[in-house]
Design a protein around this ligand. Structure first.
Ligand code: BF8
Length: 649
């Protein structure tokens, strides 16, 4: 038993996950942690990116003895092609998510929104002005229709580059033009990526990698950015909201419904409908005290930011949520939903319900979500969960007590208001704090969990080290949830560990030193924040000059690769906790980790520990401060990994 406990404690940082990994062992449940052990001798060719199965003369594997595939492709071509396909997968995921939202906006504008509405008319009109869509004196519906049609063009445009690119600083656009990476429509870019990488087309690794960067820009300055903007219009722009995080949010005596996935249309409707008196009465009639709706992964972030719905956990807690034995129903839509969920659920009473026709899993009940009748679909799901409450077996229930308070909802607009007040909303105070050195720089920590590493450990250690060094940390995705689970997303908690300059600014403004900015799609908000800093002035005229860095410590998804690429192509250095599958090609590795510095002003870096990543972040920030001539305005110390009491962070 002692050995099992140690193993569980090595797999996750938070006590709730540890308790449930141990319970999984007792209940004989196969989880991703155990499967990681089974898979531990993972394919060395895949890891290096040198396995090619693009045609059926193969699969070919590159080794010193066989340096070319049957067609003659070398490691550079094969590694670059595999990489481009991964970037395209990530871009497609974010962008298809955005497309669904744009189509919903169009339906709402045409009067058949099925219970959805334009919740944030101010965001609609602001966005219309950004795209030069006439809005003065027009109804919100007619503005929304024009905007929706314009956004659909961002997917289908064949000959014009994306309009959303124009939201970037002028100097960055000039870099993209010079490098030839201005994307056309998202769909064209992804199709072209598949064409280029099919047998016998693009063999020049540099040309292939430039298309990877082009495709990623169609994500960050296309699909993802459009997704965040339309979400704000339809569901409301996030503003700071208090809630709680970790599996302790589940109720002992309530019907527990966990919503998991990414697209906010269904989850937002569930968040609204769960308060419907008819549904509340239905739950009480079933013997429950009420309903607890909680989120997992990025869907959690969407409804947390807009409704304060509690977060059950991040990516590696999806199976653990079911293992609590207290979840009546888990709703899944698209992305990051493990195919194992219905198998885990078989040992409990939990019903897994899939809702997107494009995302079905054997063993899950499929209840197609009909956006034309959003309320009806949401009510049907909620009632199904309530009907399942009677099947909960108290002997199988373990709800951990961990439930930390958190504040989320820091959209760029909300940060502006916090910094400058309602009438002078502006990034000026942030720019001034960076220039004076009270804030050393800004780091975006993003991305997933990965069972190759101890859940949340790297992410949280890095966050701690950075705020100690007066670095403001912006977070999205499962990385943001990691801070929430640690209890560090309130203005009162992490601030004790912040350096004096950062602390002073946060206390004056009333914000935490770690800002939860949303889901993975909302990484585009980090680019938006960087652009606001550039526009505000005093920190250079391009993103490649601002003292900002991106880090993906525990990443696992193709989406993270696309995000990393659009950050680098936008001039923001990116640190990875573990490398891409590119180690089989020195040329590809050099292109991404060195050459892009010359052409785009930023590159990838790999740091396998939080300490190394913290040091690299500070080095990169200080280099930019030096170039801006503001590095001497603050006392600089190399990273001290001890806190004020001398304890290791
Ligand atoms: O899109 S951070 S594990 S949930 S991929 Fe997935 Fe990674 Fe979480 Fe959201 Ni993003």
């Amino acid at each position: 038993m002692a050995t099992e406990m140690k193993k569980a404690a090595d797999r996750a940082e938070d006590a709730a996950s540890i308790a449930l990994i141990e319970k999984a062992g007792c209940d004989c449940i196969d989880t991703c942690f155990g499967r990681m052990d089974t898979q531990k001798n993972q394919c060395a060719f895949g890891t290096k990116g040198v396995c090619c199965k693009i045609c059926h003369m193969g699969p070919c594997r590159i080794t010193p003895k066989s340096p070319r595939g049957v067609c003659g492709a070398d490691a550079d071509t094969i590694v670059a092609r595999n990489f481009l396909r991964e970037v395209s997968g990530g871009t497609a995921a974010h962008s298809d998510h955005a497309r669904h939202l744009v189509l919903l906006l169009k339906n709402v504008a045409q009067g058949h929104g099925g219970g959805y509405e334009i919740k944030d008319e101010r965001a609609l009109r602001y966005t219309a002005r950004l795209y030069k869509v006439e809005e003065l004196g027009r109804t919100k519906e007619s503005v929304a229709l024009d905007l929706a049609n314009l956004f659909l063009g961002e997917f289908t445009s064949q000959e014009e580059t994306l309009k959303t690119l124009e939201l970037a600083p002028a100097k960055r656009i000039a870099v993209w033009q010079k490098q030839g990476v201005m994307p056309f429509g998202v769909d064209r870019m992804v199709v072209e990526a598949m064409h280029r990488t099919t047998m016998g087309v693009d063999h020049d690794y540099k040309n292939i990698l430039l298309h990877a960067l082009t495709t990623s820009l169609a994500d960050g300055w296309g699909g993802a950015r459009v997704g965040s903007m339309v979400s704000d219009i339809l569901f409301g722009s996030p503003t700071p909201v208090r809630s709680s995080a970790n599996l302790g949010v589940l109720g002992e005596k309530t019907v527990n419904i966990v919503v998991h996935g990414h697209e906010p249309a269904l989850s937002d409707m569930l968040a609204v409908t769960v308060e419907d008196p008819e549904i509340v009465a239905y739950a009480k009639a079933a013997g429950a005290e009420g309903i607890t709706l909680a989120g997992l992964c990025c869907t959690a972030n969407e409804i947390l930011m807009r409704h304060g719905i509690p977060v059950a956990g991040n990516f590696l807690q999806q199976e653990l949520a079911i293992i609590t034995g207290a979840v009546e129903l888990m709703v899944v839509d698209v992305q990051c939903c493990m195919p194992s969920l219905p198998t885990v659920a078989k040992s409990y009473h939990t019903e897994v319900v899939s809702t997107a026709d494009m995302a079905k899993t054997i063993g899950a009940t499929h209840m197609r979500f009909d956006e034309h009748d959003g309320v009806g679909s949401a009510k049907a799901i909620l009632k199904r969960a309530i009907d399942n409450y009677k099947n909960r077996d108290p002997k199988k229930v373990l709800i951990p007590k961990q439930k930390e308070q958190m504040v989320a909802g820091f959209s760029v607009e909300a940060i502006k208001y916090m910094l400058g007040g309602t009438y002078r909303a502006s990034f000026r105070p942030l720019n001034d704090a960076i220039i004076s050195g009270r804030i050393r720089g800004v780091v975006g920590i993003v991305g997933c969990n990965n069972p190759k590493a101890k859940t949340d450990e790297y992410t949280n250690a890095l966050t701690t080290a950075l705020i100690k060094q007066n670095v403001l940390v912006l977070k999205t995705g499962c990385s943001a949830i990691a801070s929430g689970k640690r209890g560090w997303l309130t203005p009162e908690t992490a601030i004790q560990f912040a350096g004096p300059g950062l602390r002073e600014v946060c206390e004056a403004v009333g914000i935490p030193p770690i800002l939860h900015m949303g889901s993975c799609v909302d990484n585009s908000r980090l680019l938006e924040a960087g652009t606001e800093i550039v526009k505000e002035g005093g920190l250079g005229d391009d993103l490649s000059m601002v003292p900002v860095v991106g880090v993906a410590p525990e990443w696992m998804s193709e989406k993270a690769i696309a995000i990393g690429c659009y950050f680098v192509a936008s001039g923001v250095d990116v640190i990875l906790g573990h490398p891409f599958y590119i180690g089989g090609s020195d040329n590809v590795t050099k292109f991404l980790n060195e050459d892009t510095k010359e052409s785009f002003g930023a590159s990838f870096h790999v740091c396998d520990t939080a300490e190394a990543a913290a040091e690299r972040c500070l080095k990169l920030i200080d280099e930019r401060r030096e170039k801006l001539g503001i590095n001497k305005k603050t006392e600089r110390k190399l990273l001290d990994m001890k806190d004020r009491r001398g304890a290791n962070v």
